[in-house]
Design a protein around this ligand. Structure first.
Ligand code: ATR
Length: 305
């Protein structure tokens, strides 16, 4: 991201003069989003091969949640080709699209909208981002993996659905608030097929947890320097790898502990990049230059820190 690039608001759409193909990320706040840097770098490279992308640009908009429904209609009227949604819009937008990709239906949230003539089609590319991020960051596939997933919010739901759709061997979910975990398990069990799905208290890990599991942190614990561990790895059988979907800060207490124990670990930057690449492919119908997006995300991250 170029920090001097403007942060727009829906009010700017009243006199929107950009005549190329517009994409945007909508969030609140949005100032630190790495998406404009990733997507504009990718589009610049794609334009070298395909001239049509020379007129594509990706903007950022600060949209308060109460303004989102009206803003989505406005972006459509202004001819935007695609939108990304970030905190706190992913669930709200789910009810304001005219079509839903089946992959997003189960997650109950959308992070990517594609323009149709009569409204928006909603997708969720976070699960794809996670699966590709794990492959790139840890060299691990979700298929046949025993997964210990931390969290029961929106990020955990998207991750759990991806684990089940990719036929993990077993899914163990831990969350601070038991009621929230139970509610999520009730949604997941009917779609789990023959994959065993179990919940537990992260402060009392049960006997019987698998050795060699893949641990995924999908809680927000680790975003702040003073945060505790979301789970104590020394109380679990030795895992095969630890993936933290947090990427800023790049090192969380959980990743530090994994490093100290000599357990392979990676942060969520690869997930961010791959969810973005998938969104760009949905909008453009062309393949996205993932390494270019990774470089831009890394450079953007060093600017905001
Ligand atoms: P998101 O949509 O990004 O997943 P969320 O819905 O607010 O965000 O979920 C945040 C997750 O982090 C939840 O699993 C939350 O646990 P609770 O359900 O118990 O709230 C977890 N979380 C946040 N702060 C936490 C803390 N201090 N200790 C343990 N878990 C925490």
């Amino acid at each position: 991201m170029n920090p001097t690039d403007p942060v727009y608001t829906p009010a700017d759409l009243a006199h929107w003069s950009f005549r190329g193909t517009a994409l945007a990320v909508l969030g609140h706040p949005i100032g630190h989003s790495l998406s404009p840097a990733m997507h504009n770098a990718a589009l610049a490279v794609m334009a070298r091969d395909q001239e049509r992308f020379a007129s594509w640009r990706y903007f950022r908009f600060d949209v308060p949640p109460e303004e989102l429904p009206a803003a989505l209609a406005l972006f459509h009227r202004c001819g935007f080709c695609g939108l990304n949604l970030t905190v706190p819009h992913k669930v709200i937008a789910f009810d304001h699209v005219v079509e839903i990709d089946p992959g997003a239906q189960l997650i109950g949230a959308v992070n990517t909208l594609l323009r149709l003539e009569h409204g928006w089609r909603g997708y969720n590319t976070d699960g794809h981002g996670l699966a590709e991020g794990l492959r790139e960051g840890l060299g691990t596939a979700l298929k046949d993996a025993d997964v210990i997933l931390l969290g029961a919010g929106g990020a955990a739901r998207a991750a759990a659905v991806e684990c089940l759709q990719r036929h993990c061997a077993s899914l163990w979910m831990a969350n601070r608030t038991a009621a929230r975990l139970d509610a999520l398990l009730a949604v997941l069990r009917p779609v789990a097929g023959d994959v065993p799905v179990q919940g537990f208290d992260p402060l009392s890990p049960p006997a019987g947890l698998p050795t060699g599991a893949l641990i995924i942190n999908a809680t927000s614990v680790g975003l702040h320097a003073t945060d505790p561990l979301p789970i104590d790895l020394t109380r679990l059988p030795r895992p095969a790898g630890v993936y933290d979907i947090i990427y800023n800060p790049p090192t969380t207490p959980l990743l530090l502990q994994a490093a100290g124990l000599g357990v392979p670990h990676a942060n969520g930057l690869s997930m961010l990049v791959h969810q973005g690449a998938r969104a760009l492919e949905i909008w453009t119908g062309a393949s996205a230059p993932v390494p270019v997006m990774m470089c831009a995300a890394q450079a953007g991250l060093s600017l905001v820190n």
